[in-house]
Unconditional design. Structure first.
Length: 242
């Protein structure tokens, strides 16, 4: 489904992503880990079109998308969440999801009434139906995380990019979000790339882990094998609570 080839991104003299290549098959759920500054979020930004690479290429479902804009990739079926939620803070939860429904490929074919109904469905799926008329700026971080996932799912993606959905959550909230991610993956036949620092939770969900360090790909394989590699332990696992 996704093929990343020799992707490189520089910010001044810093190489945030350095010659990274990997593939993700349809239906996979892949964890992306690494210490702070490893280039994980930059890689997600490149795949989603938030940033453009300096070198390399990206293919999605066999189509070259390296120069495609973010909204174009969203219509192709790539949706994402952000490390710091990026919702329209002066709009209600419902309006945020309605705009996502209308922004999907299907959105141009349906009425506003139908978009409203679909938005209500996604809010209900994430337990946010009672919060539909609350302005986003008044929601706590846990509900913001859920709302971002609801909005991303409303785009009807094929590939979902999740950037640290557990950040700022307590253990019970993190477990709840993890269960929801696994549920939507199964129900909506999603392919997922999931950046996370809470390795204990990630290990329960993903089938494969990619490790980045200083912008480079350090390891790629089954979770139980990858976290035991000496180079991974030295770079990351030993610094985290597994």
């Amino acid at each position: 489904m996704l093929k990343v080839s020799r992707l490189t991104k520089r910010f001044g003299g810093i190489i945030a992503v350095n010659d990274v290549s990997f593939e993700v098959k349809k239906g996979e759920i892949v964890g992306l880990i690494g210490p702070n500054g490893a280039g994980k979020s930059t890689l997600i930004n490149l795949i989603s079109g938030f940033y453009m690479p300096d070198k390399g290429s990206i293919e999605f479902n066999g189509k070259e998308i390296t120069k495609s804009k973010m909204y174009e990739r969203a219509k192709m079926g790539i949706a994402r969440t952000f490390q710091n939620p990026r919702l329209v803070s002066n709009m209600t939860a419902l309006m945020n999801v309605i705009y996502a429904v209308l922004g999907s490929e299907r959105g141009k074919k349906i009425s506003l009434v139908e978009a409203y109904g679909e938005a209500m469905y996604y809010l209900d799926l994430f337990g946010l139906l009672k919060k539909r008329d609350i302005v986003v700026s008044d929601l706590p971080i846990y509900e913001l995380r859920l709302l971002e996932l609801a909005r991303a799912l409303a785009l009807q993606p094929k590939l979902l990019l999740i950037d640290e959905a557990m950040a700022g959550l307590n253990p019970a909230e993190a477990e709840s979000v993890s269960r929801l991610i696994n549920r939507i993956r199964e129900e909506f036949d999603l392919t997922i790339i999931w950046v996370e620092h809470v390795l204990k939770i990630l290990m329960k969900s993903v089938e494969r882990i990619i490790v980045m360090h200083y912008g480079k790909l350090l390891a790629d394989g089954f979770p139980e094998e990858v976290v035991k590699k000496p180079e991974v332990v030295e770079a990351y696992v030993g610094e985290e609570r597994v």
